[in-house]
Design a protein around this ligand. Sequence first.
Ligand code: E4P
Length: 217
Amino acid sequence: MKFFIDTADLSQIKEANELGILDGVTTNPSLMAKVGIKGTEAVMQHYKTICEMVDGDISAEVISTDFDGIVEEGKKLAAIHPNIVVKVPMIKDGIKALKWFSDNGIKTNCTLVFSAGQAILAAKAGATYVSPFIGRIDDSCWDGMELISQIANIYSLQGFETEILAASIRTPLHIVQAAEAGAHVCTCPLSSITGLLKHPLTDIGLAQFLEDAKKFQ
Ligand code: E4P
């Protein structure tokens, strides 16, 4: 399973990348706003900086909602760097645009996916990635992980090549469960990635080993 970090914060991207296990980055307009990026030039430059930091797929989201606008914006984003993946919302014109990008060799990430039906449409349109939002489904008292399993089962039965990108990850347990459910990629906050490190028996065991090491030094 691939690991993406879900942030536009360069210091967090750097920290995750230095672990040596990072395969890419996802951003969205809310994450860009959170780090204070303003204006088209600054947005483009920020994506370029991320692409230069991480050797992997970098999702950059369009804000247009009509076919022509999505295609124009997506072409500009894709021109920034070969690793840019154009992130397109799951709407009617988004599906048309996904097909256009797919036919024109531009990688895509279909975002805001909350049902298996939407995931089928994204795959039919040739999306590179489909992003079911696990955490937001859980927040609505539905089972986000069940959706990952359902999509994984359908894609496997139907031979769809679109990769399942588990998004809206909130905890380290989400990562483990998404891996079990068949997600190809998890995009996670840094805290969920580093949370995977934690186990009290590791800390206790290491303290004991370091204590015992003093006996033969
Ligand atoms: C990533 O591609 C998504 O935009 C992101 O994971 C959404 O996460 P959130 O539900 O925590 O905002």
